[in-house]
Write a new protein. Structure first.
Length: 307
């Protein structure tokens, strides 16, 4: 199945014009990446997602832990969290090829409720990310999504059933217990997730931990503890990273100046913004934006083609 999946993804890429970079599909939350070279770490907020590697290898760094996943392995992220991902095994002869699929939390919950013997959430959940093997049933689902994206009229009819199948294989697999916390409504996991949604919607404002804890319906101390346990950062560190990542997007995609980006994401001092930006990304805001604009211009106009 590994060769079938790789062949199917490669055929899709070539049908899109070939090359490397990000290849969107007609399915909004399914994207393909091909890289001919190793890439520097890219800081971003990972959403609940399944990241499947068909060839090559990647690493993800969250907190002080690094996970590596290679061919026919997958990374599963069950909560929004800041992390750095990078391609570590790629060449023009054997490029890195991967597929990212956003997880449907509502569907995950529906599938969990229908399981005769559902997995049990761990008593003390750890970071909301793990690496697992891509077995044949899961690989078949991914391949069907890639093929389906060539026939847009089939997507609204067939996509929900394939996503439901993906949820089933993940929940009944060896890491099902780690994933099911995402689908239990009143778990500490979901309470923290609610606070993260609130934080994403209001990151430019001055927020206190007590406000976020109230959204999560937890005491401030318990909220702070569980938040860091699940995301590897504190709530205020998470907010800072949201601000800086959004400022990068504004400078790259919207051509905002450093000062405009700083004020739009909630900074009152452009100099403080520049210091914190340089500390997080390792380069000054203006230079970083120029570097990413070159990459962005290569892929921004790429649209998914149908067969």
């Amino acid at each position: 199945m590994s060769s079938s999946l790789l062949d199917g993804i490669t055929a899709y890429i070539e049908n899109q014009g070939g090359g490397e970079g990000l290849f969107p599909t007609q399915i909004e939350n399914v994207n393909i990446i091909r890289s001919y070279q190793q890439r520097m770490p890219m800081r971003q907020i990972y959403r609940p997602s399944l990241c499947v590697v068909a060839q090559g290898a990647k690493e993800i760094l969250f907190g002080e832990e690094t996970l590596r996943y290679g061919a026919m392995e997958c990374l599963v992220v069950s909560m929004e969290m800041p992390a750095s991902g990078r391609v570590v095994d790629a060449s023009p002869q054997v490029p890195y090829i991967g597929v990212t699929i956003d997880l449907d939390v509502t569907m995950l919950r529906e599938v969990l409720e229908q399981l005769e013997t559902p997995p049990v959430s761990p008593a003390t959940p750890g970071p909301s990310v793990f690496v697992g093997m891509v077995d044949e049933p899961l690989a078949e689902c991914v391949l069907r999504l890639i093929r389906m994206s060539q026939t847009p009229k089939a997507i609204p009819i067939l996509y929900p059933s394939v996503m439901r199948e993906i949820c089933y294989w993940l929940l009944t697999g060896p890491h099902g217990a780690e994933l099911c916390s995402l689908a239990v409504p009143e778990s500490n996991f979901m309470r923290v997730a609610k606070a993260i949604y609130f934080l994403r919607a209001n990151f430019a404002q001055t927020l206190r931990v007590e406000q976020m804890a109230e959204v999560a319906r937890m005491s401030p101390s318990s909220f702070h503890q569980h938040f860091k346990q699940l995301t590897s950062v504190t709530p205020l560190q998470f907010q800072k990273q949201l601000r800086l990542l959004e400022s990068r997007r504004l400078m790259v995609a919207d051509a905002a100046s450093v000062e405009e980006a700083a004020y739009k994401v909630g900074y009152e001092s452009a100099s403080q913004f520049s210091r914190e930006y340089s500390r997080m990304f390792g380069v000054a805001p203006k230079q970083d934006a120029l570097n990413h604009q070159r990459m962005y211009s290569q892929y921004a106009s790429r649209k998914a083609r149908t067969a």
